[in-house]
Design a binder for this molecule. Structure first.
Ligand SMILES: NC(=O)c1ccc[n+]([C@@H]2O[C@H](COP(=O)([O-])OP(=O)(O)OC[C@H]3O[C@@H](n4cnc5c(N)ncnc54)[C@H](OP(=O)(O)O)[C@@H]3O)[C@@H](O)[C@H]2O)c1
Length: 394
């Protein structure tokens, strides 16, 4: 997200190496995080014929101009003669909501285009590069001669597009899990009290993260204990989000109008996940409600719990591409137990809550051998006020 790399815009004319230019393009890409889904975040940087910085840009919002167009828009053909464009994803070859970037760039007097990732669609992969080459512009995939740096940049290129790549490759919803815990891994007291564990800086960043995903998902317990709004309250982002609630037995539906959620969100933005077996009963309840949420009927597994894979498949069919699970303890644990979490955001506050009277975010997980431990891959560590946050893939 914005903190993958947060680099300042250089002075015009500043000489940049290929790696510096690609890092800057990634930093630019991540500025689009709260507004581009289901498109990928993409950033672009333009260097002049001498390798001096000219401009940069990013894909700002879904349906808006692509990164290359934004980076190139204020530059004259003279400035672009012999220029080198760096872009995090292969320039698009097809016309969609906007014209093809490869075709647009093919008309410019550029020398070279370097892109970070090949288009994941095998039917169009390489076609953007071919359009450029046919116009006499060199087109190549980024690589750094420094193996360590190359690895680092490629990890971050993938991270900038991870939900998009996952959707494209797996045809599944990308799942992030965000939890806030004490130093000893507790997320709530047994009484249900959990506010607040982390400080205001962490909580502001959570509102930013909410904007980066299509929807927030919580279990029934969190609604019962906290009665949360689950909307986005951020000083610079105004966005309406969707909320998914797991309520297998539809127990909360009868109290729906008392919940803050029902007042804060439009019913079209609320998705209530209930067991498929109780469809007849729920249909009757919903028929008598005004402003009922969208009901998602989910298969149950042998233990009677909702099958989370089926739940995600239903959400994908409804058009959702990424969700951020925000708890509570059991819901977080179930998603990890079922190996359904792609990215973890774990905020830890410098407090101890004690496991004797508290709830852990991994309470359903049983690991019997250290060989089975779950690794957080490519971890990054960030600080927010007194808290720290680890993020990585699972
Ligand atoms: N620190 C944090 O980051 C954080 C974040 C959110 C919440 N919290 C705290 O966490 C506590 C709530 O945690 P919790 O574990 O009690 O509640 P929860 O995880 O919000 O909800 C648990 C309930 O959700 C349902 N559920 C979850 N997975 C399911 C599945 N696969 N199939 C069917 N139902 C499923 C179950 O409902 P049924 O009972 O119907 O089976 C279960 O009892 C609260 O104290 C809250 O304040 C902390």
């Amino acid at each position: 997200m914005e903190r993958i790399w947060h680099l300042p815009t250089p002075e015009r004319g500043t000489k940049l190496s290929s790696s510096q230019a690609m890092k800057l393009a990634i930093s630019e890409a991540s500025k689009g995080a709260p507004r581009v889904s289901p498109n990928p975040m993409v950033g672009a940087v333009v260097l002049d014929a001498q390798g001096g910085f000219l401009s940069c840009g990013y894909h700002e919002f879904y349906g808006g101009p692509h990164a290359e167009v934004n980076a190139l828009k204020n530059l004259s053909p003279e400035e672009l003669r012999g220029a080198h464009v760096f872009v995090t994803l292969e320039p698009c070859a097809h016309e969609g909501k906007t014209p093809s970037c490869a075709k647009t760039m093919a008309k410019l007097p550029l020398k070279k285009v370097t892109f970070g990732l090949i288009d994941p669609n095998p039917l169009v992969a390489g076609q953007g590069a071919e359009i450029l080459r046919a116009a006499g512009i060199e087109a190549e995939v980024f690589s750094s001669p420094n193996a360590e740096e190359d690895h680092d940049i490629k990890i971050k290129l993938e991270e900038a597009c991870e939900a998009f790549l996952w959707n494209f490759r797996q045809k599944k919803v990308f799942v992030a899990l965000k939890m806030a815990s004490s130093l000893d891994g507790q997320v709530a007291l047994r009484s249900g009290e959990s506010q607040w564990i982390t400080g205001p800086e962490s909580r502001e960043y959570v509102h930013y993260l909410r904007a980066c995903y299509d929807a927030i998902l919580v279990g029934k317990g969190t609604i019962e204990f906290d009665n949360p709004s689950l909307n986005i309250r951020h000083p610079t982002i105004e966005k309406k989000n969707k909320v998914i609630v797991i309520d297998a037995e539809a127990e909360l539906l009868s109290r729906f109008s008392d919940l803050k959620l029902s007042k804060v969100h439009a019913s079209a933005d609320l998705f209530w996940c209930v067991a498929a077996e109780i469809k007849e009963r729920v249909d009757k309840v919903v028929a008598e409600m005004s402003g009922a949420p969208q009901i998602v009927y989910v298969k149950t597994n042998v233990g009677g719990d909702l099958d989370l894979q089926d739940l995600l498949a239903q959400l994908y069919r409804q058009g959702l591409r990424s969700v951020m699970v925000e708890g509570g303890a059991m819901t977080a644990s179930s998603f990890i137990d079922d190996r359904l979490v792609n990215r973890l955001y774990m905020f830890q506050a410098p407090i101890i809550m004690g496991s004797g009277g508290s709830r852990s975010w991994t309470e359903t997980i049983r690991i019997s051998s250290m060989n089975e431990k779950i690794h957080v891959k490519n971890p990054r560590y960030l600080t927010f006020g007194n808290d720290f946050m680890i993020t990585g893939t699972l």
